[in-house]
Design a protein around this ligand. Sequence first.
Ligand code: FAD
Length: 472
Amino acid sequence: MKHVKVAIIGAGSAGLSARREVGKKTDSYVVIDDGPLGTTCARVGCMPSKVLIDIANKYHSRKNFENLGIMGSDKLSIDHKLVMKEVRKLRDRFVRGVTEDIDSWQKTNLIAKRAKFVDKNTLDVGGEKLTADHVVIATGSSPITPAPWKPLSKYFFDSDTFFELETLPKRIAVIGMGVIGLELGQALARLGVEVIGVNIGKATGGLTSQKVIESAWEHFTSEMQTDDSGVEKLSEKDGHLVVTTKNGSYEVDKAFLTLGRSPNVRNMGLENLGVDLDRRGIPTFDPDTFLIPGTSIAIAGDVNGIHPILHEASDEGRIVGYNAVREKNQCFKRRTKLGITFSEPNIATIGKRHAELIDAKVDFVTGSVGYKGQGRAIVKHQEVGELEVYVDKTSHKIIGAELFAPDGEHLAHMIAWAIAANLSVYDALSLPFYHPVVQEGLRTALRAAARKINSTSDQLELLRCQDPPVGG
Ligand SMILES: Cc1cc2nc3c(=O)[nH]c(=O)nc-3n(C[C@H](O)[C@H](O)[C@H](O)COP(=O)(O)OP(=O)(O)OC[C@H]3O[C@@H](n4cnc5c(N)ncnc54)[C@H](O)[C@@H]3O)c2cc1C
């Protein structure tokens, strides 16, 4: 029976990060994955979706050309087959980047099979037994199709199958307007597909602030048909799919199911570990080390369901890989929370969200700004959006933000870095703001928060010569 120090199940972003850390210390490891290799992010996730979104946004911008004096946009048309071909071309490039790296070690350390636990240290890998001192479960997650809908499967695609479409259907229902549904639903609408986006409620992109939610939903409703009353029934009529909600009924060619993802733990023999499994079939684990108590098994990346986004999955892989080859487990601090939806404008949540602060009864103030009338937004013809920044009333530290704003991806990073650097609202206001930029909107929000803390302050937003530098 083969024995290794570390067995990593799953060659996705988390598994590959774990491998990198393990490989720094030992060659006694295997990565087990029966493919397709290349990671969810590069194959069917972050990257192909962003390519599609970028093409869609470029095409959509023609709608304002005449107002700008750029004539002839009515002669532009879109070839969906070529769009999908271009998406796949770039997708393949991203996947190659991953598989070329795998090529450098796969001969000796990759087992292209499925893994199943026999017990805490023994795996059945395609019929052969393998023992390991440490095991990393990094099997990711898969799109959900509700069981009662399965008889209508021929009408569905999901993010695993979408990027293989030769061309785009004429009418699509996007069911579930979370991050993935909103991003791809808006892109499809901008590419000229008739989209009905169905959701339960208006909250999308992880937003919890009612003001920001309303602003975002109103905007997306101006670009595509939306229905926030939830699907009641799906049925078939004359070769079409009928989506019935509380508020209406929509006949479409296809439905894009974006209802969330479930952890890839089926048929992995987790029941053979003798540990508690939650209702999703996930073993209970320590949220700092990702270790399953009483075992040397760690669970990292989307499969554990904590932060199903790329940089978090990679971090978790690094943490469990690092610890798997050391005597003592090191606890690592997590980065400031950051979630971005690449809708246009972008949505982002940073640090603590509004609802989390309310639930935790934190004493905080909200500084807000609307992007209607904001200088840079006017210049960019993108006068839409809301940004809220949350500041602790006692410490004056910036603790969170939610936004739906032009260039929100960049604003979100600045706010995340300010929170990570433990900046107060006054520290942040002393930093440079160029003119004219969307960041001046953030400054307006910070000023509003500062005024709520102290409405009579006569201080300039400049450090005095005797003050220590920000972060110093
Ligand atoms: C459409 C879409 C858009 C996204 N956009 C973004 C974005 O813009 N930004 C962002 O941060 N995140 C985004 N994400 C999320 C991001 O892709 C994931 O967080 C990340 O890919 C998770 O990595 P992972 O290693 O946990 O899983 P994966 O990359 O899915 O890896 C899991 C691996 O495990 C293998 N496997 C499964 N079961 C077994 C088994 N029993 N035995 C052996 N191998 C097995 C699979 O073959 C796979 O290779 C997006 C996701 C989707 C679907």
